[in-house]
Design a protein around this ligand. Structure first.
Ligand code: GSH
Length: 232
């Protein structure tokens, strides 16, 4: 049952999948893709994922990109029970909602504000900051309305893996989100109750924090979308 994950060591979607693989106690081969030298932009990588994005799962020849789809597939196929991805239709709908919310809004706004200016020639703008606060406020409201310990229920689900890695990006740049008290509490609870999963995320956070202070030089890169920062 050979499983390979193509992953980037500081990439939140990759870190979300790695947490699930650990939670499921699955043996797998971790292939670190070097973002800095554009390993994901080669024709060879495009064979695995035409979007040229990381992560990519290879489960015995079955290739899958998009971290949400990977989480859903692995939890469905290898989960010993349905805790991480409930079978109950409404519970599953809440998990799917949180995954969609993370992709469309929460991680999207956080990554545009935190990550893009670290790697590429973007600025942190007042609008970007406003969107980040909107995302945090939305998540805080979802936690309040559901009234559960975790994002989609009283136990962790695959949704928490994505939302934790997104929130970690804020901590990596010392962004104070404590006024979103339920987000703050949820995040601290996760760290405390799942130290072995948090350790995976923490490794990525250390890299992002270091890049925040000393941004990587990607001036050699030609990117199809993102403006490259010129070397000083
Ligand atoms: N929606 C995708 C996003 C994956 C993604 O954006 N990964 C980043 C690394 S963290 C990437 O590969 N970016 C490609 C690039 O910027 O060239 C997922 O959730 O898997």
């Amino acid at each position: 049952m050979p499983i390979t994950l193509y992953s980037v060591s500081d990439g939140p979607p990759s870190l979300a999948v790695r947490q699930l693989l650990k939670a499921l106690n699955l043996d797998y081969t971790l292939v670190n893709v070097d973002f800095g030298i554009g390993e994901h932009m080669t024709d060879e990588f495009a064979e695995k994922n035409p979007q040229k994005e990381i992560p990519v799962l290879d489960d015995d020849g079955f290739l899958l990109g998009e971290s949400n789809a990977i989480l859903q597939y692995l939890a469905e196929k290898y989960g010993k029970n349905d805790e991480l991805y409930p079978k109950d239709v409404q519970k599953r709908a809440i998990v799917n909602h949180r995954l969609c919310f993370n992709l469309s809004t929460y991680y999207r706004y956080i990554s545009e504000y935190v990550m893009a200016p670290i790697f590429f020639a973007y600025e942190r703008t007042p609008l970007g900051l406003k969107k980040t606060h909107i995302a945090l406020d939305n998540f805080n409201t979802y936690l309040k309305r559901l009234g559960t310990k975790y994002a989609a229920g009283d136990n962790i689900t695959i949704a928490d893996f994505q939302l934790v890695t997104a929130t970690m990006c804020l901590e990596a740049i010392d962004f104070d989100f404590s006024k979103y008290s339920l987000v703050d509490k949820w995040y601290k609870t996760y760290k405390k109750e799942y130290p072995e999963l948090w350790a995976i995320v923490e490794g990525g956070m250390a890299e992002i924090s270091a890049f925040e202070k000393n941004p990587p030089d990607l001036s050699h890169m030609t990117h199809p979308i993102h403006p490259i920062r010129k070397n000083k």
